[in-house]
Ligand binder design. Structure first.
Ligand code: SAM
Length: 287
């Protein structure tokens, strides 16, 4: 589509999705990536980085809720959380809904994404960046992970796809550093793409995670923007029990966290179902 009114996602080599852009609100090159924000009648405001859709205001709740609540409610007593990436603030918003979370460190490489999201997408972070528990570090997540002496209960890697600055976040070395930065019973979550299209990303990620973690899996959520089927979120820990928390325990924790009526995608029974994988995805995960 050559009409200027259309914004194409150019992440994939042999197909594109295009959004009618009724208003291009922002189009600039930051130090790290090209950032475009535009309005679309169906998806609301759409944020693209280097031609890859990052979020839309219409469906961002799906994976922001699933990236945050699934590990925190599975863990049960998570206090120290680390987010790598997530410059829009959506995952931070959901993490900070948990009053049991005492500290949230967020390491984002591109401060333009944070500044921009605060100004043009304030409802995504919804004040998360101003929460006294939130600490923003502008740095490369891989370098931070290699050097930090801090320890976390949950690490959530909400990165762009393995192109450009995020490539370093999809390596065995990075995952080994994540294992070191996690407490003994910690949980690591990774953005693992859409297996039907990016199956090799999930397969390689699971392989690299198995070098450092005893229990490697993924869980699924359906994000309308990410075409090609379910989106996979990588899961790694040394405690297999984290992946098998009984439904009644999840329900108690969900209610205790004050989340009843507050989530539009996450629910305790859906949490359990999300770990059930169709054979074609299971094969990618178990190698
Ligand atoms: N949920 C989206 C998805 O699934 O594609 C990702 C959203 S968020 C906008 C992705 C963030 O990762 C961006 O703000 C980007 O700047 C950040 N990022 C990319 N590479 C990074 C790195 N090496 N260290 C820290 N943040 C990074």
């Amino acid at each position: 589509m050559t009409d200027k009114a259309w914004q194409a996602e150019t992440l994939h080599d042999d197909f594109q999705t295009a959004f009618l852009a009724t208003d291009v609100l922002y189009d600039t090159a930051t130090e790290h990536q090209r950032l475009v924000l535009f309005e679309n009648p169906t998806y609301g405001r759409v944020l693209m980085l280097d031609g890859a859709t990052q979020l839309t205001t219409a469906d961002e709740f799906v994976y922001h809720e699933m990236m945050a609540h699934t590990p925190i409610l599975a863990h049960g007593v998570a206090k120290d959380i680390l987010i790598v990436g997530g410059g829009d603030g959506g995952v931070a918003r959901e993490v900070l809904r948990h009053s049991t979370v005492e500290r949230l460190v967020q390491v984002e490489i591109d401060d333009s994404v944070v500044a921009f999201s605060r100004q043009y997408l304030p409802e995504i972070s919804a004040g998360a960046f101003d929460d006294p528990r939130h600490e923003l570090v502008i740095a490369d997540g891989a370098r931070f992970m290699a050097e930090t002496e801090r320890r976390f209960d949950v690490i959530i890697v909400d990165s762009t796809d393995p192109i450009g600055p995020a490539q370093v976040l999809f390596t065995e070395a990075f995952y080994a550093d994540c294992r070191r930065a996690l407490k003994e019973d910690g949980i690591l979550i990774t953005q693992s793409g859409v297996p039907f299209i990016q199956g090799e990303e999930l397969e390689a990620g699971a392989r690299d995670l198995r070098a450092s973690f005893a229990d490697v899996w993924c869980y699924l959520c359906t994000v309308p923007t990410y075409v090609g089927g379910e989106m996979a979120l990588g899961w790694a820990s040394d405690q297999p029990a984290h992946r098998r928390v009984p439904l009644e325990v999840l329900e108690v924790r969900y209610e205790a966290a004050g989340l009843v009526g507050k989530t539009r995608y996450y629910a305790p029974d859906l949490h359990q179902a999300a770990f059930v994988l169709p054979p074609y995805i299971k094969r990618l995960v178990i190698g």
